[in-house]
Design a protein around this ligand. Structure first.
Ligand SMILES: Nc1ncnc2c1ncn2[C@@H]1O[C@H](COP(=O)(O)O)[C@@H](OP(=O)(O)O)[C@H]1O
Ligand SMILES: [Mg+2]
Ligand SMILES: [Mg+2]
Ligand SMILES: [Mg+2]
Length: 305
């Protein structure tokens, strides 16, 4: 099965296993205590966990899929890793599923894998570990098609740490229970560490009954999927393609939308600009275009159409 399944199914099944190992590395760095924080820019920390998790993910996926382009947040990594960090196995349960017809013939050169080894780094360094996710996004040509969102610090009912959520357009999602957000309320989830005046102007335009400020694009999209919020608003540049590729694919595989603040999906081919200049707007579905029109024109003009 493993060697005959379509490439996209093998990439997804391998990414599920790889995200789990990366999650273990992230827990280990925290346990050992020295985070090795480096500032990449204003409000843009990188830790030993970001660096090590990226090496594990990119080394494992490069070895398994040598013809596939992989782009990681932390830049060029040393792929010479110990055997313990090389993930060989595929998630067998996922491999049993049937590949949607539209992706069956996609070839290695059609893919770009966008890797955010640790989403929510600021929160990780501040102890809000439940906001942390590992994101592996799978694009085919321009579109975000598949995604893995792994939560290293999610506590399972049996006490085990870690949960892995996946989504593939045309197939569906797995690893969590989908819920609808409370009707009669309008709850927005948004950044807790990258706000600015422009973003605040957009937030003020929504009739929100509650605003949740949490870290990470992955965690915010999980809040939409689990019915904790109705919309994710980030009306300024700052997020990058590795932040949104996996969350977009998982959310849209569940019937939601993740777009820029003009309602347009981003492109995820290998040549695109990494920054999502037109911000992020995500919702669980039915009224996405109404949300787009709530954002003031001034904000829209400031980020460019
Ligand atoms: N102004 C900014 N500068 C740098 N990174 C930003 C940013 N705004 C958002 N991001 C990145 O987008 C992701 C989600 O941000 P937020 O938690 O504020 O919603 C984070 O990913 P990382 O933690 O992977 O770097 C964060 O660093
Ligand atoms: Mg970062
Ligand atoms: Mg990120
Ligand atoms: Mg990151």
């Amino acid at each position: 099965m493993a060697s005959t399944a379509p490439v996209i199914m093998r990439i997804m099944a391998s990414s599920i296993q790889t995200a789990k190992l990366a999650g273990g590395i992230i827990r280990d760095v925290l346990k050992q205590g020295d985070l090795g924080i480096v500032d990449k820019g204003k409000n843009d920390p990188q830790t030993e966990a970001d660096r090590s998790a990226q090496r594990c993910i990119i080394a494992s996926l490069t070895k398994k899929f040598p013809g596939v382009k992989i782009i990681g947040e932390e830049g060029g990594s040393d792929l010479n890793v110990c055997d313990d960090w090389l993930v060989e196995d595929l998630d067998e349960e996922f491999l049993q599923k049937s590949c949607p017809a539209e992706w069956r013939d996609a070839k290695p050169e059609d893919f770009v894998i966008w890797v955010d080894p640790l989403d929510g780094t600021a929160e990780y360094t501040q102890g809000y570990v439940e906001h942390v996710t590992v994101l592996i996004g799978i694009a085919v040509k321009d579109a975000a098609v598949g995604g893995i969102i792994h939560q290293p610090f999610y506590q399972q009912p049996d006490g085990e740490l870690g949960r892995t959520i996946w989504g593939l357009k045309g197939l569906g999602t797995g690893g969590f229970t989908h819920s609808l957000a409370p009707p009669g309320e309008f709850i927005i989830t948004t950044t807790r560490s990258h706000s600015n005046a422009l973003h605040q102007q957009a937030l003020n335009a929504f009739p929100a009954t509650k605003i949740l400020k949490v870290g990470g694009a992955g965690f915010k999209v999980l809040q939409l999927l689990e019915g904790k919020a109705h919309a994710y608003v980030f009306a300024t540049p700052g997020c990058k393609k590795w932040d949104t590729c996996a969350p977009e694919a998982v959310l849209e595989a569940q019937g939601g939308f993740l777009t820029d603040i003009n309602g347009k999906n981003y492109s995820y081919n290998a040549d695109v600009e990494h920054v999502n200049r037109q911000g992020v707007l995500a919702s669980v579905g039915e009224n996405h275009s109404e949300l787009v029109y709530k954002i003031p024109r001034k904000v829209r003009e400031a980020v460019g159409v």
